[in-house]
Design a protein around this ligand. Structure first.
Ligand code: MIC
Ligand code: SF4
Length: 646
């Protein structure tokens, strides 16, 4: 029988385990990426591992998230990251060079290779036929140190594309349609593999939009095969040597199948406040819009901006709309300046921002009270924009530009025809990517006062006892647990300080309660911890004394982050979840024993209601050992120490 592309790449990189869906495997990582918001922790953790030089073929430290330097904190972080990269062997993509995923796609992505990144949208490079996976910073630090990456062998969901996109229908509409059908938890435990005759009509920019936003499905990653379009993309990047043909066999055994006929697809939009709240644009047509933003790692490529420019040329942004735009990379920015698209933007009244994540992570452009904001981004979780009760809609660049001109949500098929030209020759200039030092001994790592040491946890106690600090519903995101934005992002290198903001957008009493009670438990619903890879959503609760999270079910990256920081993740059935409430007192009497004996349940006594639950303990042997040790750093150090002693 044939093989899927996913399993072909996994097979080539397999270090431990058997390739059977659901079983734990370990794979070799060829490339690693970090960004500044998760990167300072990842780099501090790498230093704590005591390995002198990164071991992956390529490792790149990007600065793209924390760019609003309203105090010394972000600037200090940038300086730390630059000196650390130089000493330990990472390339350093300077602030201004662009969003990590866009730059990595342009300058480093290589078909058939594995990429691990400390950002949930790392799958963007799946558009280049890479197996590109998002993870917590500590997992990336370990991979940079030469360790393998552990994951459950995924199921493979094949998406068969037939037909061809019609005029003004975009790649974004494909992924919005997949989200509409599968929901934000439809991809958990799966790789989404695109195939079928419709693939060849999509260029790499379009494929990357689709794989990027596969993160919103909760998928392990998404991937496309390579072909002439891939070759063409690499040729324009002056990297045709990197081309390798990778594809699934014709009889590849997909665990599940989905088919999308591109001929019939229409422009789509995700309504507030979830990326799977998707409807055809026609359903909300006419809704007055106050803000339109083009950018983010989903839709800020040269093709996207040339599309927006083509329709804006000679037009003005409506007087009720504030439109802003961030180019995905310096390459894109330089090109639009060179070919005149930038002039079209300025003339139309667009506010042009620097090449960075910007408003996507709440760094500026928070919308006005009650304002409808249309964004080409990937997430519209509550409050992520920086404004409470925000109304963020997610759409394609085509919908964004049509609506910006009209001042209301507009079906882009009403736009007049325009010629979209993506330049044949682009200027390649890597001067903003600094190579590591050839004399690392001479490099001093520069740390500012905002950079606090990574807190460590004690080994797992015999029993856990305490109060429920909060009970949440389903699909709680890491943006709910550990918000970002202009006020909080600068504290990413300082866990004691950032922990003051845990759950602040949801429940302002959480931190006080956690402190008064000396820690305790969190109760979560389904898909707990979806969204971003930020390990601060585990690290900061750990710092506040959270000992276990008992949820109906977890999102993949967050569950790993909990394990990495020694917090026990347990799964509750429906009746236990219904019974347990905030402020109840829980006792997990034999928790350590359960970890040691390989038990698959832990007995939880609710001392308030008198009920006893059996919570599911679904962790591999290695995960159990990590929690017993008090987290991955302790575990790795212990392992390294015994290796040295042996
Ligand atoms: C995001 O889009 O939420 C982020 C900011 O890029 C995060 C990483 C972070 O929180 O630093 C992600 O997607 O992993
Ligand atoms: Fe940056 Fe937004 Fe992409 Fe996250 S989703 S990497 S914040 S652009």
């Amino acid at each position: 029988m044939g093989k899927t592309l996913t399993y072909k790449i996994l097979e080539k990189h397999l270090v431990e385990g058997t390739l059977e869906a659901g079983k734990e495997i370990a794979i070799k990582i060829d490339q690693a990426l970090t960004q500044d918001a998760t990167g300072t922790m990842a780099c501090l953790q790498f230093e704590a591992l005591g390995i002198p030089r990164v071991q992956t073929e390529v490792a790149v430290s990007y600065v793209d998230h924390n760019m609003l330097q309203t105090g010394f904190e972000n600037a200090d972080d940038h300086r730390y990251l630059q000196s650390m990269a130089s000493k330990y062997g990472l390339y350093f993509s300077r602030p201004g060079n662009g969003i990590c995923h866009q730059v990595h796609l342009e300058r480093f992505s290589t078909p058939g290779k594995t990429l691990l990144g400390s950002d949930s949208h790392t799958p963007t490079c799946g558009g280049m036929g890479m197996l590109a996976i998002g993870a917590g910073g500590l997992d990336v630090a370990v991979a940079m140190g030469g360790g393998p990456f552990y994951l459950k062998a995924p199921k493979v969901l094949g998406v068969k594309l037939t037909g061809r996109l019609q005029r003004q229908v975009a790649a974004k509409d494909i992924i919005l349609e997949v989200l509409r059908r599968l929901t934000v938890k439809g991809g958990v435990g799966k790789v989404i593999e695109y195939h079928g005759e419709g693939v060849s009509s999509l260029d790499v920019y379009q494929r990357a939009t689709i794989t990027n936003m596969g993160a919103e499905l909760g998928a392990t990653t998404s991937i496309f095969p390579t072909d002439e379009k891939t070759k063409e993309f690499l040729r324009r990047q002056g990297r045709e040597d990197a081309y390798v043909k990778v594809e699934a066999d014709a009889d590849a055994p997909y665990d599940e199948l989905l088919e999308i006929n591109l001929d019939q697809l229409v422009p789509m939009i995700a309504k507030p406040q979830s990326p799977d709240n998707v409807v055809p644009v026609t359903e909300v047509e006419g809704l007055p819009v106050q803000q339109v933003l083009v950018g983010s790692c989903t839709n800020s490529s040269l093709k996207d901006l040339m599309t927006v420019a083509a329709y804006l040329r000679g037009q003005k942004v409506a007087s009720n709309v504030s439109m802003a735009l961030s180019p995905g990379s310096k390459q894109v920015f330089q090109e639009i300046a060179r070919n005149g698209a930038l002039t079209d933007f300025i003339a139309a009244g667009v506010r042009v921002l620097e090449s960075a994540c910007g408003p996507c992570i709440g760094m500026g452009q928070a919308p006005a009270t009650g304002a409808v904001s249309l964004r080409t981004f990937n997430r519209n979780f509550e409050g992520r924009s920086g404004s409470k009760n925000d109304l963020v809609y997610l759409c394609s660049p085509e919908v964004a530009v049509a609506s910006a001109i009209a001042g209301k949500v507009t079906d882009p098929r009403k736009l007049p025809s325009a010629q979209i030209v993506v330049p044949e020759q682009i200027v390649i200039d890597d001067s903003m990517i600094l190579a590591p030092s050839a004399t690392p001994e001479a490099v001093e790592v520069l740390r500012g006062p905002n950079i606090a040491p990574v807190p460590l946890k004690e080994p797992l106690e015999e029993q856990l006892q305490g109060f429920v600090l909060i009970k949440t519903g389903n699909n709680v995101t890491t943006d709910h647990i550990m918000p970002a934005g202009a006020k909080i992002l600068p504290l990413r290198s300082n866990v004691p300080k950032i922990s003051e903001f845990v759950f602040t957008n949801v429940d302002t009493g959480f931190v006080k309660r956690a402190k008064e009670r000396g820690g305790g438990f969190i109760i979560g619903g389904e898909n707990y911890g979806q969204g971003s890879s930020r390990e601060h959503a585990a690290l900061a609760p750990m710092y506040l004394g959270v000992k276990a999270v008992l949820a109906r079910q977890f999102a993949r990256i967050h569950k790993s982050n909990l394990v990495n920081f020694g917090i026990v993740p347990l799964e509750l059935d429906e009746s236990a979840y219904a019974d347990v409430q905030q402020d109840h007192e829980l006792q997990l009497a034999d928790v350590k024993k359960a970890f040691e004996t390989g038990a698959t349940t832990v007995t939880v006594t609710n001392k308030t209601t008198g009920k006893v639950y059996q919570a599911k303990l679904d962790l591999s042997k290695r995960d159990r050992a990590i929690i017993l040790a008090g987290g991955l750093l302790n575990f790795t150090r212990k392992k390294n120490a015994s290796a040295v002693a042996a």
